[in-house]
Write a protein that binds this ligand. Structure first.
Ligand SMILES: Cc1cc2nc3c(=O)[nH]c(=O)nc-3n(C[C@H](O)[C@H](O)[C@H](O)COP(=O)(O)OP(=O)(O)OC[C@H]3O[C@@H](n4cnc5c(N)ncnc54)[C@H](O)[C@@H]3O)c2cc1C
Length: 419
């Protein structure tokens, strides 16, 4: 079969890779000059089945209201974004009910666990370098009450197949000696031995190279304007460089998927949630961090990637605005300096490499994959803050569905029909 994949981020590239493995003829089309140039470019790089919780957790409504309009808040809703969020927002809040939240957490965790299997399989077959590390990850907590809640949740996570261990303060510092308690308290943490890290951008580039060797054709600098249709079937895509056609199509355009689906009268409940990252070179550091750390209070993940340190986080509902807001970059930087004072040494003039990306976030916090009401159109999108943790599994499942094979896990909870 000939298949066109729209998007060469994590979802597009992984889907194309698996489709080519199954012997299909694949063309990937992207408006960027290379793979993983948008949201998959500079994320926190943690593959964490342990953190597969949707962001619409119980109590989120109160939290967002409390933080509204506050520039320093980790989750910022800008009033100008409200009109674009009405229906999506109500569904988002509906899914923050405890029973919905737990059901969604479970299906994300199932997918993230399967993802680790897919990544391990790939590593065995093609051991390419993407700064991969398998040291696990550690969540650090700033007060006793949060630590107690996290400890109470250990049994729930273990039931879902996530290994975890509570750590006291000394054990946290022992695991990551570069961490300090610098004004901001740190009482303990939770260690997740099975989590991994790796540079998502580098991974995507190398997987795309591998896919090219399997005859996948990548058409870059090509903007897809719309899908062409007849008789409830896609007949082609209209692009800035002419029309292309195939037997089947995969929409993997991240936050822009709903915009492309609009002309098909297909409503995808996905909205962009902006996040920021900074990347620091650690050449002159005496004590380099080794372990990815998720700082619960600061809402940032800080990940060593070889000689670089990546810190990413914060959430901002601000429509499709992808500008880098210097104030929010400073917030992330200050949080890194608070935990790793060496980050603050010689920071003047240092290259901070600031970045912003739009997380394609569904109204229930679970990605959308598989068939659509349009016969030959498939989706692989809406992975929100979890795309790196879910990409290989999602690519494999969508490829299996197109190929007519049975996916390893049931597609129903991820299907568009759930909305
Ligand atoms: C700050 C931050 C930190 C994160 N940290 C983590 C983490 O630690 N772990 C984790 O699991 N996830 C993390 N994520 C989430 C993860 O990065 C995303 O879920 C993932 O990158 C989404 O991949 P995607 O392929 O769906 O979208 P994208 O990477 O955005 O790819 C979509 C592609 O479609 C193309 N496209 C769009 N419209 C068109 C068009 N009209 N024509 C042609 N091409 C088009 C774009 O150019 C782009 O290349 C983080 C995200 C952010 C922002």
């Amino acid at each position: 079969m000939k298949i066109i994949v729209v998007g060469s981020g994590l979802m597009g590239v992984t889907t194309a890779y698996y489709l080519s493995e199954q012997g299909h003829e694949v063309i990937v089309v992207d408006r960027q000059p290379g793979p993983a140039q948008e949201t998959s470019f500079a994320n926190a790089c943690v593959l964490h089945p342990s953190q597969a919780s949707p962001w619409n957790h119980p109590g989120v409504a109160w939290q967002i209201l409390k933080w509204m309009g506050k520039e320093n808040s980790p989750f910022l809703l800008r009033p100008s974004a409200i009109p674009s969020l009405l229906k999506w927002g109500l569904t988002f809040l509906h899914h923050s009910k405890p029973e919905r939240f737990h059901a969604n957490l479970k299906v994300n965790t199932l997918l993230a666990n399967y993802n680790i299997e897919c990544v391990e399989e790939l590593k065995k077959q093609h051991p390419f370098d993407y700064c991969a590390q398998g040291l696990g990850s550690m969540k650090v907590l700033g007060n006793e009450q949060e630590l107690e809640i996290a400890i109470e949740q250990i049994a729930l996570f273990q039931d879902m197949g996530i290994e975890c261990k509570a750590l006291d303060q000394a054990e946290v510092f022992n695991k990551e000696p570069a961490l300090v308690e610098n004004g901001s308290k740190l009482v303990g943490g939770i260690f997740y031995p099975k989590d991994q890290t790796g540079d998502a951008h580098e991974f995507c580039q190398k997987l795309a190279e591998l896919a090219k060797l399997k005859q996948v054709e990548f058409k870059y600098d090509v903007n897809v304007e719309e899908f062409l249709t007849a008789n409830n079937k896609i007949t082609g895509i209209k692009t800035s460089k002419g029309d292309y056609s195939a037997d089947a199509y995969v929409l993997a355009a991240g936050s822009y998927s709903p915009l492309l689906a609009k002309s098909l009268k297909l409503k995808l409940p996905i909205r962009p949630i902006k996040g920021y990252s900074i990347t620091l070179e650690m050449d002159d550091w005496e004590l380099k961090p080794q372990m990815p750390v998720i700082d619960e209070e600061a809402h940032v993940a800080i990940t060593p990637l070889g000689n670089r340190l990546r810190a990413a986080g914060t959430a901002e509902l601000n429509g499709y605005n992808s500008e880098i807001n210097a104030h929010r970059i400073q917030m992330v930087l200050q949080q890194v300096i608070a935990r790793y004072p060496e980050a603050g040494v010689n920071i003047e003039g240092a290259n901070i490499n600031a970045w912003a990306g739009l997380r394609p976030t569904t109204a229930d916090g679970v990605p959308i994959m598989g068939e659509t009401p349009i016969k030959n159109l498939y989706l692989n999108t809406g992975h929100g803050h979890l795309g790196w943790s879910l990409a290989m599994a999602s690519g494999k499942i969508v490829a299996d569905i197109i190929n007519g094979s049975n996916p390893a896990i049931s597609i129903a909870p991820y299907s568009l029909t759930r909305f």
